[in-house]
Design a protein around this ligand. Structure first.
Ligand SMILES: Cc1cc2nc3c(=O)[nH]c(=O)nc-3n(C[C@H](O)[C@H](O)[C@H](O)COP(=O)(O)OP(=O)(O)OC[C@H]3O[C@@H](n4cnc5c(N)ncnc54)[C@H](O)[C@@H]3O)c2cc1C
Length: 430
């Protein structure tokens, strides 16, 4: 009987573990099943470019069925686990629950936005973790420009042109930088608006932005962003967002229809309901080989696991770079285990990092050297062009980038697609 390997989650860890197995497994050695709610993997570092319209949303994802040709794919979500019976309960996209058996289980559920109890946040805010959020924000910002240019109401105009992002980690910095860059770029098509009227505000609780990258790199990014008019408020909290009126801890009160909450992530809550060991941040406790403590047949890595960091000590940061390398070692460890060998600990030395700040703008660190501007931006693109799985996706991303070079950002606001039946319902009324 082939060994049943069940992978829950088809993000970085799920996809790259399955790819490693697909390449390494001998015929009949094991059967691999991957479970994920969507039938694609989101290439999250490209989401800021989806938000600015530089990339088509579909081009920033990897179609799981197309790349995992030797695995079974199930579109659904894990809802329960029976570790004694070695079964997982999965809620498929429709119909009754499925019970999937396993001999080896990989939990790769990633993380979701971490919300704080700020009044009005849920009603008025939006996260920046999914494809839908990134694509929506692009249309939303363009819609705000349309509102501001069309209205004669001074307050409405000011509200529409105020964009507030809470959280100055790399997700928040990349999101505000790309969207502000897009808004400035398309502004020449709005003769009624002046750049100085737009307010872009980045609120960060700590005393500097980009807390996980070096202080030098954070300084470079701060200089770039403030030079472009982005108002960075460090040491500041969002206290309330009721009725779209944002109260900051420094006393500022702003009316805004754009509140993007990027103040951190937390592992999927289901992990705490499975009876497996989790740490104080809700991450699965694993050893250096990424085996869940106390379970010889359950493995985990990526944002949902506290993987010991061989480079810095402590546990690995939640980055795609770490997730990919962990997945490759996890796949290798599954192959070793299947063949009766001991699994090996995860080893990795980061070779660099980049933060995109808009077209031709980025900061980065490669091999200990700081880079910024067009060079950093080009190196970042070159890196991702070589990382995206399949030539099909690489080609689509390269085409989007090539088209974007001579032309500016596209100004089309296609937000109406979020209500595709609106026109049909309207027609029924008349
Ligand atoms: C906007 C943004 C930009 C980023 N930029 C960078 C960057 O530039 N560089 C970098 O190194 N890192 C970046 N990251 C972080 C990086 O994307 C994550 O660290 C990485 O995705 C973690 O991989 P993962 O496999 O653990 O989780 P994910 O890639 O998030 O995958 C988890 C998968 O599990 C699925 N899932 C969730 N719940 C269930 C369930 N109950 N059942 C089944 N499946 C489930 C999810 O749908 C998802 O497909 C960025 C993150 C974001 C949000």
């Amino acid at each position: 009987m082939p060994t049943r390997i069940l992978i829950i989650g088809g993000g970085y860890v799920g996809l790259y573990t399955a790819l490693k197995l697909q390449r390494g497994l001998r015929s009949g050695e094991a059967e691999v099943t991957v479970v994920n709610p969507e039938n694609y993997m989101i290439y999250r570092p490209l989401l800021p470019e989806v938000a600015s319209g530089t990339l088509e949303p579909r081009h920033a994802v990897v179609p799981l069925r197309a790349v995992l040709r030797k695995a079974r794919f199930v579109s659904g979500a894990l809802t329960g686990l029976d570790t004694a019976a070695r079964t997982a309960t999965v809620q498929p996209i429709a119909g009754p629950d499925l019970t999937l058996g396993y001999d080896e289980l990989v939990l790769a559920l990633g993380a979701r936005s971490k919300l704080l109890p700020v009044p009005g946040l849920v009603e008025n805010g939006i996260g920046f973790n999914s494809l839908e959020e990134a694509a929506h924000l692009r249309d939303h910002v363009l819609r705000q420009l349309e509102i501001a240019s069309a209205t004669t109401d001074h307050e409405l105009r000011r509200r529409a042109l105020t964009f507030v992002f809470v959280g100055g980690g790399y997700t928040g910095v990349e999101a505000i930088a790309e969207l502000q860059d897009m808004a400035v770029d398309v502004l020449e098509g709005y003769p009624e608006l002046d750049r100085s009227e737009m307010r872009w505000i980045l609120v960060e609780a700590m005393d500097r932005i980009l807390g996980t990258v070096s202080a030098d790199l954070a300084d470079l990014a701060t200089t770039e962003l403030t030079g472009r008019g982005i108002d960075i408020r460090t040491g500041t909290l969002l206290e309330s967002a009721e009725n779209g009126v944002l109260q900051l801890s420094d006393g500022t009160k702003l009316a805004s229809d754009t509140l993007v909450w990027v103040a951190g992530t937390r592992p999927q809550p289901i992990l705490g309901e499975l009876g497996l060991p989790v740490d104080d941040r809700g991450r699965l406790v694993v050893d250096g080989t990424m085996r869940v403590d106390g379970y010889a047949d359950i493995w985990s890595a990526g944002d949902c696991a506290a993987v010991p960091d061989p480079e810095q000590g402590g546990t690995c940061p939640p980055t795609a770079q770490h997730a990919v390398r962990q997945a490759q070692q996890l796949g290798e460890n599954l192959l070793l285990t299947l063949r009766g060998h001991a699994p090996k600990p995860f080893q990795y030395n980061s070779r660099g990092e980049f933060v995109t700040l808009g077209k031709n703008k980025a900061v980065g660190e490669v091999g200990g050297h700081k880079v910024n501007g067009t060079l950093a931006w080009t190196l970042r693109r070159a890196y991702y062009a070589t990382q995206i799985p399949t030539w099909n996706r690489t080609a689509r991303v390269l085409c989007d980038w090539a088209v974007g070079m001579p032309f500016g950002h596209d100004v089309v606001n296609f937000g109406s697609r979020e209500e595709p039946r609106g026109a049909f319902r309207q027609a029924a009324k008349k």
